[in-house]
Design a protein around this ligand. Structure first.
Ligand SMILES: Nc1ncnc2c1ncn2[C@@H]1O[C@H](COP(=O)(O)OP(=O)(O)OP(=O)(O)O)[C@@H](O)[C@H]1O
Length: 233
């Protein structure tokens, strides 16, 4: 699903440049649930932004579902982003004056899906995240965990190939974090490919594979069974 080869990314800051990703090689198969970990500044969000086509890579290659993502013009990039990718953010990024259902339906509006189908899909995905009864409520009437569920339903509504989540539980207490992760696991069980950036080892432990970044390179990439086995050696 995702193929990254020798990826490099630098940020220019005046005359200087900061080399953030220094040769990342990384493949993700369909149906994986991957945690990307690493200390602050290791390049996790930069990598996720490149995977999400929100930022451009400098060197190397990125192939997403067979499409080479490099030097695409803005229009093509936006088309592929909408078609392939769903995003979940730490701070939910819901629109405050729109109801839960309207928030979920929004990506479909941008995809020019007809109103009736938008409403049906919004309700379908809100039902999947257990919030059917809350469809007409504004985000301000929902708890943090419920807001993240709405954001997850919104990410799923456009039926993307890959879900990308940047610290999806970062703003939630532990109990709610586990509930949101249970939901993410269920969505993954349905065959969806999901990548999660997280600081929290117990959240990473609920994924199927953990990739560790340090100073812009991958220093460890293990299936969860290997991670667990190595804890007891
Ligand atoms: N747009 C930008 N312009 C300049 N430097 C940037 C930009 N975005 C990130 N950086 C720098 O790149 C480095 C990696 O940042 P990144 O956000 O990818 O790290 P991270 O591992 O996600 O960190 P955190 O866990 O704190 O979110 C940091 O030193 C950061 O200051």
């Amino acid at each position: 699903m995702i193929e990254i080869k020798d990826l490099h990314k630098s940020y220019k800051m005046g005359k200087n440049s900061l080399h953030v990703l220094k040769g990342i090689n990384f493949n993700v198969e369909e149906g994986e649930l991957v945690a990307i970990m690493g200390s602050s500044g290791s390049g996790k969000s930069t990598l996720l932004n490149i995977l999400g086509m929100l930022d451009e890579l400098d060197e190397g290659s990125y192939t997403l579902d067979g499409v080479a993502i490099k030097n695409l013009n803005e229009t093509k990039a936006a088309q592929y982003r909408n078609k392939f990718l769903g995003f979940i953010f730490q701070s939910f990024n819901l629109i405050n004056y729109k109801s839960a259902a309207e928030n979920v339906a929004l990506p479909l509006y941008y995809q020019k899906v007809a109103r009736k189908e938008r409403q049906e899909k919004a309700l379908k995905y809100l039902t999947q995240v257990g919030l059917k009864e809350w469809a007409g409520h504004l985000p301000s009437e929902l708890s943090g965990g419920q807001k993240q569920r709405v954001a997850i339903a919104r990410a799923m509504a456009a039926e993307p190939k890959v879900l990308l989540a940047d610290e999806p539980t970062g703003a939630l207490d532990s109990k709610t974090s586990y509930e949101v992760m249970d939901l993410i696991q269920k969505i993954n069980d349905q065959g969806n490919t999901i990548l999660i950036v997280t600081h929290e080892p117990d959240i990473a432990d609920m994924c199927k594979r953990i990739v560790h970044l340090k100073d812009g390179v991958i220093i460890e990439d293990k299936k969860i069974e290997q991670v667990r086995a190595s804890k007891y050696v």
